[in-house]
Design a protein around this ligand. Structure first.
Ligand code: AMP
Ligand code: MG
Length: 330
């Protein structure tokens, strides 16, 4: 199939909305990463989005909306906690999990009786969703397992010829996926950390919010099990920031014949070696993380990342880095 590259003007947005309603796949920008959109009310379209990405069918999708009223069309129950979050935090880089209505097919939720819903902060994303005028399922617009795309060019790299259209919007400002908050049970649970921190959620709910640290133990967020965000070359992760240790690890790899690169917070400490800045502030690290991995995998044959920030937001970056490195922590 020939993929169309569409712009943010009325004519192209109308075409994008029409494609979605007809059951075609359209990639679009959000503030977190680019999403691969399908009409949530069209089972074939949703199933095609799994196959275009090569995504396992037991990894549920997030349904995207542009208006808060749409949440009530797809969620069967909106608890008072959920109402508080909807009223005071949305739109945001935050996904909420609620009991689902029957209009949401099992293929979206991988058979769960809950549905994940997000109203993105990105004005471009909500504009596209408004033109689509149906709820839109959207996993990240990459081949399954690869680092998520934060520019339309990266979407093209993975999905050109496999989907109907790409909406060419801005690069993503946040750079990592939304926080996933399960509000379908008595106790609020963060299933995936993101830029919206437990503290922010707690300050709205006035109750303890538990962060699930071992998602493998949780049956109800299957997707967190899978290999994810991985570059094409081996990767190691250090969380101490110890420059001597990193230099030793690098030198050992070069002795073994590798051409490695250090992706670190303080590049000035590694004279003579291949080295790149991972970012000065957490926000910058997140924004450029997946793009860094996609660039470095083409230039080097081993990535050694180091990230030692200990803020609440840093937790979400560490979560992605750990999985990119396939849990190879040094
Ligand atoms: P992605 O589309 O790759 O950002 O992944 C979406 C993630 O949201 C999934 O991998 C799950 O971890 C989570 N998710 C989606 N739907 C549900 C649900 N009904 N219950 C719990 N977690 C969900
Ligand atoms: Mg993804």
């Amino acid at each position: 199939m020939k993929t169309k590259y569409l712009q943010f003007n009325d004519k192209d947005l109308t075409a994008a909305g029409e494609l979605i309603r007809q059951g075609e796949l359209v990639a679009f920008p959000t503030e977190t990463v680019y999403g691969l959109g399908a009409n949530a009310f069209n089972v074939n379209a949703v199933k095609n989005s799994y196959s275009a990405k090569g995504r396992p069918s037991d990894n549920p999708l997030i349904v995207h909306v542009y208006d808060k009223s749409q949440i009530y069309d797809i969620a069967r129950e909106v608890s008072s906690d959920a109402e508080k979050i909807i009223d005071s935090l949305l739109p945001a880089s935050l996904t909420i999990v609620l009991p689902k209505r029957d209009v949401i097919d099992d293929c979206i939720t991988a058979g769960l009786d809950t549905v994940a819903i997000r109203m993105p902060l990105s004005v471009q994303a909500r504009k596209f969703l408004r033109y689509a005028n149906v709820p839109v399922t959207a996993p990240s617009a990459n081949l399954s397992g690869r680092p998520s795309p934060t520019t339309w060019q990266r979407v093209a790299e993975d999905l050109d010829g496999r989907i109907a259209a790409v909406l060419c919007g801005q690069p993503c400002g946040v750079g990592i996926e939304s926080t996933v908050l399960d509000l379908s049970r008595d106790e609020p649970l963060i299933l995936r950390p993101g830029i919206v921190t437990p503290q922010e959620i707690q300050s709205v709910l006035h109750k303890k919010v538990t962060v699930v640290t071992d998602p493998k133990a949780i049956v109800n967020s299957p997707g967190v099990r899978y290999k994810h965000y991985a570059p094409r070359v081996p990767m190691a992760l250090d969380v101490s920031g110890d420059a001597d240790k990193l230099a030793r690890y690098y030198d050992e790899l070069t002795r073994k014949g590798y051409n490695p690169v250090l992706l670190v917070e303080h590049p000035e400490a590694f004279g003579g070696r291949n080295v790149r800045l991972i970012g000065r502030a957490d926000e910058e690290v997140a924004r450029s993380l997946f793009e860094n991995l996609r660039v470095l995998e083409t230039q080097f044959d081993y990535i050694i990342a180091s990230f030692s920030s200990k803020t609440q937001f840093a937790e979400s970056i560490l979560n992605r880095l750990t999985r990119s490195a396939g849990h190879n922590i040094i």
